[in-house]
Design a protein around this ligand. Structure first.
Ligand SMILES: [Zn+2]
Ligand SMILES: [Zn+2]
Length: 225
């Protein structure tokens, strides 16, 4: 289940007027994996084995369930539960009970779709850094965005060394961009707060009207369900 990085998608989403183009890309990556898990690819033995081992997190379970092909979800959950039932079972010792508890806690933290999505996103962080060093007009495209959500911003910083000799310039471009856009959003949010002063009641809200939901994206990323 390999994911191919599409640099065209990077250009496309970096031109969207939004608080985090990487959240937009992640949504597409995630949808692609959800689609695969609801269709034939999932019948491959190697994928089935991984589903049994890792399962799905609650969020991805809900996303799968919301879409078509509930039979596919049921079959995968059924084999995952069969694997889990090797952990859950009668135990007489307190030591054994603690071990069982630890195994259950560990099993509850894994998700194959989270893993696959994160793997693909790592490729995007690396590709974006490489594009900054290789593609002439990309620095301009980057600086024309409104920055990123904090989590994606942190990820881009972590992979900055993939910009090679341009890494320092890349870090400078990223940090300047993010600082500028957090300040911009902060001003918009202030406009929203000021509007609640009766003296400003007749002032137009402008972009401040949506400042709070956009700040939500900046702080926590885009909600995908
Ligand atoms: Zn994001
Ligand atoms: Zn997940």
């Amino acid at each position: 289940m390999a994911y191919h990085i599409d640099t065209g998608l990077i250009y496309e989403k970096f031109k969207v007027d939004c608080e985090c183009p990487l959240c937009e890309i992640k949504r597409i990556v995630e949808e692609q994996f959800l689609h695969e898990f609801l269709n034939d690819a999932v019948m491959e033995d190697s994928t089935r084995a991984k589903v049994n081992k890792l399962g799905f997190c609650a969020r991805h379970f809900d996303m799968l369930y919301k879409r078509q092909n509930k039979l596919s979800v049921a079959l995968q959950i059924s084999t995952r539960v069969a694997a889990l039932s090797k952990i859950v079972g009668k135990e007489n010792s307190v030591k054994g009970a603690i071990k069982q508890a630890e195994q259950i806690e560990k099993a509850g933290k894994t998700c194959i779709i989270c893993d696959l999505t994160e793997e693909s996103m790592e490729k995007y962080y690396k590709t974006i850094a490489a594009m900054f060093s290789r593609e002439k007009n990309f620095a301009g495209v980057l600086s024309s965005t409104k920055g990123f959500c904090l989590s994606h911003y942190a990820s881009l910083l972590k992979y900055a060394r993939h910009a090679g000799l341009s890494a320092k310039q890349y870090v400078a471009a990223l940090t300047t961009l993010e600082e500028k856009n957090i300040a911009r959003l902060q001003t918009e949010l202030k406009g929203f707060c000021d509007k609640h002063d009766y003296r400003n009641a007749y002032k137009p809200l402008g972009t401040s009207e949506t400042a709070l939901p956009r700040m939500r994206v900046k702080l926590y990323g885009l909600k995908n369900e």
